[in-house]
Design a protein around this ligand. Sequence first.
Ligand code: HXC
Length: 261
Amino acid sequence: MSVFQADILHGHVALITGGGTGICRGIAEAYLRHGACVTLVGRRPDVLQAAAAELSLSTGGQVLGVAADVRQPDAVADAVQQTLGRFGRLDTLVNGAAGNFLAPAVGLSANGLRTVLEIDLIGAFTACKAAFDALQAADDALVLNISATLHHHGTPLQLHASAAKAGLDALTRTLAVEWGPLGIRVNAIAPGPIGDTEGMRRLAPGDVGERMRAQIPLRRFGTVAEIADAAVFLRSRAAAYIHGAVLVVDGGQVIAPPSLF
Ligand code: HXC
């Protein structure tokens, strides 16, 4: 049961990269449940079409699935055009496509680093550029970047993702300053550890997750639904003056020192 009014996003159209799985699928579901139309963009056509069909059925909303890799500017531009063709407008771009793996810096190739930068950072830039004209034409446009908290510390095995997300935060702030006067809000959400996601399965194997949980002030992982709630809030008029912000949603993990007691 949502805490938000059911039609709070009625009439909105969102394009969500990485929307076929994980956190961004949760954001897509929440947007649909609150009245938005959604385009899901992802690399794997089978995963994407299955997600689009399931979300359409479960929410009753209008979902378009477009298979595209954010590393391919023409494919991203086509996803924007398909969105405009189907829904007639685009109000919200959620940049959630991300690649990640655990690798020590000495074991990370330049291509491994480049791959994650190309997906997480340059992919977001590419989508922003592709969506710019449509966003500028919208009455109340929003770019919402999905960041992380890795780069708030020196997180081991995560040089590539940390660099990419630090860059994404910089992109968020710079675009907020450049695009704010054009009527486009730009914000980010930085999720902490979110349970039942591919990211956590890959990045917190074995008992790492349990040790991580014990250090979180709220003593639990977040849920996809909690990140989706933050995304609905930032999309809503309640967040009309929130601009250039990176909203950390992590149960207090990033501000807590290692527990001594
Ligand atoms: C070291 C690796 C590697 C690994 C890939 N590479 N996996 N290096 N350890 N485990 C290197 C490869 O060796 C290669 O470099 C380069 O990266 C490109 O690899 P490819 O497999 O050719 O690329 P691609 O098929 O495009 O896929 C790579 C990937 C994929 C996009 C990174 O592995 C992936 O997406 N995985 C996870 C997706 C995911 O879980 N996303 C959610 C992320 S969660 P060389 O030099 O050999 O050519 C997230 C949240 C962060 O981001 C916050 C968490 C708390």
